[in-house]
Design a binder for this molecule. Structure first.
Ligand SMILES: Cc1ncc(C[n+]2csc(CCOP(=O)(O)OP(=O)(O)O)c2C)c(N)n1
Ligand SMILES: [Mg+2]
Length: 234
């Protein structure tokens, strides 16, 4: 959530639900004004769509024909609240028709479907310089946080979605197609587990505690970065 890396064109994750909508529109406006072929991509949850920022941003993105792709991960829950208890429309892609924004909904549990639909959506935004809203139906296997006992949903519902685990489905497909063997998959899993265990957990545990002097070192306000302040002011 707190990562920000302009060199990778990753403009941050934000703690306030709904906050990234206008930021993404602003970045898209920047792309348009600079006449690059870049587009902004904004990831959002089904719960975030109930924020006022959603509607304000959809309106201006449509009026100003901004090159921004909204990617909605509809996992049916906002923390422990089921979408039917908070939201008048379960299909989120239908909400943007009031702003004349093109939209579609897809199976978010199938990697091939996601790749194809996302590719087409990016092409649409780039070639038309217009917003697009793409919705992927998906599910959150674990709780929202470590303290989430998941009392708001049934074990049957969880089991049903787990049958559709995208990683499992895709590795089975690759095995059927002869692209990889079961051993290849095992080797990959081991490589990833080792990386997490050694390069990440061990590195974190063995690193020194952060120093008090560094508390504000990475706060943008204290470090105005000319790469992001300059071009947008011009
Ligand atoms: C403005 C605001 N209100 C409440 C919260 C607390 N909160 C954190 S995540 C979340 C639910 C978000 O649900 P959704 O948009 O569906 O995203 P998901 O976690 O399902 O991907 C809430 C209410 C917050 N971070 N910001
Ligand atoms: Mg959600």
């Amino acid at each position: 959530m707190h990562i920000f890396d302009p060199d990778a064109h990753f403009m941050g994750g934000y703690a306030l639900v709904g906050q990234p909508f206008p930021l993404a529109a602003g970045l898209a406006l920047g792309c348009k004004r600079k006449r690059t072929d870049q587009i902004a991509i904004c990831f959002l949850g089904d719960g975030a769509n109930n924020q006022g920022t959603f509607h304000e941003t959809m309106n201006m993105a449509s009026v100003w024909e901004l090159p921004v792709l909204f990617v909605c991960e509809n996992n049916l829950y906002a923390i422990g609240t089921h979408i039917d208890r908070s939201t008048a429309v379960r299909d989120q892609y239908k909400r943007v028709c009031g702003y004349e924004i093109e939209a579609s909904q897809h199976d978010g549990m199938d990697i091939d479907v996601v790749m194809e639909a996302a590719g087409k959506a990016v092409d649409y935004v780039r070639s038309n310089s217009k917003p697009y809203f793409i919705e992927f139906m998906t599910y959150r296997f674990r709780g929202h946080s470590m303290s989430d006992a998941k009392g708001y949903r049934t074990k049957d519902e969880e089991a049903e979605w787990q049958q559709r685990d995208p990683i499992y489905i895709y590795s089975e497909r690759l095995k059927e197609q002869g692209v990889v063997t079961a051993e290849d998959i095992k080797a990959m899993e081991k490589e990833i587990d080792d990386e997490i265990e050694n390069d990440i957990i061990k590195f974190a545990e063995e690193s020194p505690e952060p120093r008090v002097e560094d508390l504000k070192k990475y706060v943008l306000d204290d470090n105005p970065d000319p790469r992001w302040i300059g071009p947008l002011q011009q």
